[in-house]
Design a protein around this ligand. Sequence first.
Ligand SMILES: *[C@@H]1O[C@H](CO)[C@@H](O)[C@H](O)[C@H]1NC(C)=O
Length: 420
Amino acid sequence: MKWTVFLTICSLIWAAHGLIRIPLKKVRSVRSLLRASGVLKEFMRDHQTDVFSRRYAQCFPAGTPSLRLLDHTRVKLHNYMDAQFYGQISLGTPGQNFTVIFDTGSADLWVPSSYCVSQACANHQQFKAFDSHSFAHDGRTFGINYGSGHLLGVMGRETLKVGDLTVKEQEFGESVYEPGQAFVLAQFDGVLGLAYPSLAEIVGKPVFDSMMTQKLVEKPVFSFYLSRRQTMDPEGELIIGGTDEALFSGPINWIPVSHKGYWQIKMESIAVQGIASFCPRGCQAIIDTGTSLIAGPTNDILKLQELIGAVPTSIGEYLIDCARLTSLPHVTFILGGVEYTLQSQNYVRKEVLGGRELCFSGFVAMDLMSQQGPLWILGDVFLTEYYSIFDRGQDRVGLARARHQADYSNQLAINHTIYP
Ligand SMILES: *[C@@H]1O[C@H](CO)[C@@H](O)[C@H](O)[C@H]1NC(C)=O
């Protein structure tokens, strides 16, 4: 009862400051579902060759400019297999709801089309253009390469609702073909990219650029809070238009964006148990909410798995002996002169499979190149511990310690006395 009053007052205050809060749900990742059903190995083998994707690719003119083979999208399917945080948007008038990944590692908005022929689309919400009177045809097609085949679709413009914000004439993609098993099992319908426009495959403004142009946000900033557990409240939040101090503690460390595509920043070094071990002369990292793990160049990750005592399994994943968790080294990322340390309980993911508790390494090898060199990907494993702020006004990323569990409920109690 009291909480309701408090929350109502707070949402009024936040609304007055132009903050939009999008609740995020934490769910089991596709990879974890595949693992639980024991088909991960077959999936890893099969998803390299997808005959159907080639067949459907022929429906589109070969020279379609958006069918570029870009390595970053190839990596994204991998990422989405681990994605865990989703939120809701609505498209069209009247609104049609979709569950999307709010992904700082891509820049497009797409949802399944009602004309889609793939199994993946049958399992998800599909956009019905004919049911919306705000829909505008575009006529162009798009393709996003996911390694297992191209996601193919048509482009349109539509009214988009994210929280209380209404974006007019948002360019988006309706997928008519979605490759591979990962999309079939995914608990999201589509993706809403929050990276810079240069990363977009769909020509036009990415959603946050539209929000800025249409002056829907007071500050050109959005931020993410990700919970540690599925049952926490909130499980996660995307805050559009600013930050929420209740969700983090301590100072914000601002790091300039080094290249505007991904949210890419310079990393100074990576230390294991305090000893500089990787990235000795500095390297590049991206802050990616659409990836759940921490990824890095293969050679470095293999060495890191060794340092934390993780051993490879037949399904290509790395396991750690759960009994040894407390004796494992901590891993520190140095960004903007500040040390960001993860303890073993932060970088190990526990899962119960067949009644047994297994501990999986939160690090994964992924060779993603940029003009500035190989990239490390700081995904949800990192972002759960550190509240992340994305500032398009000053092209910088802010990081602060996220408030969790006990400390978070304390904060609520404190707030409650301030706003009785
Ligand atoms: C879409 O979601 C909103 C908020 O959860 C809900 O109120 C509305 O009924 C949903 N619309 C449809 C068509 O399901």
